[in-house]
Ligand binder design. Sequence first.
Ligand SMILES: [Ca+2]
Length: 416
Amino acid sequence: MSLHRLLLAVFTMLTPLLLADPPADPSWQLVFADEFTGTTADLDAKWTFQNGPNGHILCSRWRDNAALEDGLLKLVGRKETRAGQDWTAASCWTKQQFQYGYFECRYRYLPSTGTNNSFWIMTQGKPAQRFEIDINEGHYPNEINMNLHNWSGQHWAKGGRWYFGPPIPAPTQDDAGFQFVLDEPITTDRIRFVSNDGGPVRVMELRAFPPSTEGYPSVFPNVIEAQPDVPNLALAAQAEASSTLEPKYAAANAIDGKLGTDSRWLSKHAAGPHTLTLTFARPQTVGCLQLISGWQDAAGWHDIVNDFHFEFWNGTAWQPIPQASSKGLQPTHIVDDEHNLGKDFHVYGLEWTENELIYFFDGKEIRRQPHDICRGPAPVYLSLAIMGWAGPVTNAIDGQSMDVDYVRVWQRKPAQ
Ligand SMILES: [Ca+2]
């Protein structure tokens, strides 16, 4: 035995729970690899492609959207109408099937929100036990989603999210309060808050002020300096919400003049849009809107609304109010170039054993879950989806691609 192999054997014995680098670990053997060299026509030797629409996402997916270039498999998102959907992308799966092993893929996300960049495993046909292992349903810019789905009988899913990058500091009072001073005052009898966040959306207080040359009261009461005496028109309005989680979280709580966790409107758990409409007894001229969202405890502020804007009723239709909108989805972790999964390639891995799923990112374990359902053969999938629950879908997707450097699968050698 060479010194190298001896050292490797000792290392392997010392670290039985740590997955050693599979190519170097003699107990594993490579059973599948595609390095994506060659030409686009070569793809069909190892992969089968979807050709058709998808009911649950915004794109149809086609062989035409996959290409081999520069040693990469490119799954391309395009803004084009095909099979009744406004976007196209690509999805493929291996002709070979696998049961247990170590699965690894090096890839780079399509660099835009509104995309799902997936490396996953799912049974085909109707075996007795149907399951899906999402090694990563990756959402730009820095979110990794790992899910186990049971597709036999009653469906269930057990998942985990992991963000690449250090967490953003907890929100403060400054993050919970918003003020919008309008360049052009608006005269209307109805104003509404609209949020596309997933529910519950939380509004502790919503205020509307007439135009003032004195300034406006602070979003949070300031006890040191005198406040401008500008009336809050919302106090005399009626409030109506698209939904209410429970009676104690009624829409009226959002205009009662009270701050506090006990005086909030909460929408139901549901996808947006969620609306909170103020109706004035007669038309009012509004020069400033204030919003306080979320809730507060000793640890700070929580669940502040991300994605919202205001609209007014012009007598025939709802119109957006320029300036009165959020900046859009706020990341929960710091995303700089180093932590942007659409900028660089990273290695996503899974060790699948009879009883456990262990997820890896760049060789580091990031999640571990037991299972008792993934006990049959299944192919490996690579898929790009355009969809509405991974941030805004914009033209930035058009012509960009999820780029895959390789897929490799190892399995344990049979015991000697
Ligand atoms: Ca309130």
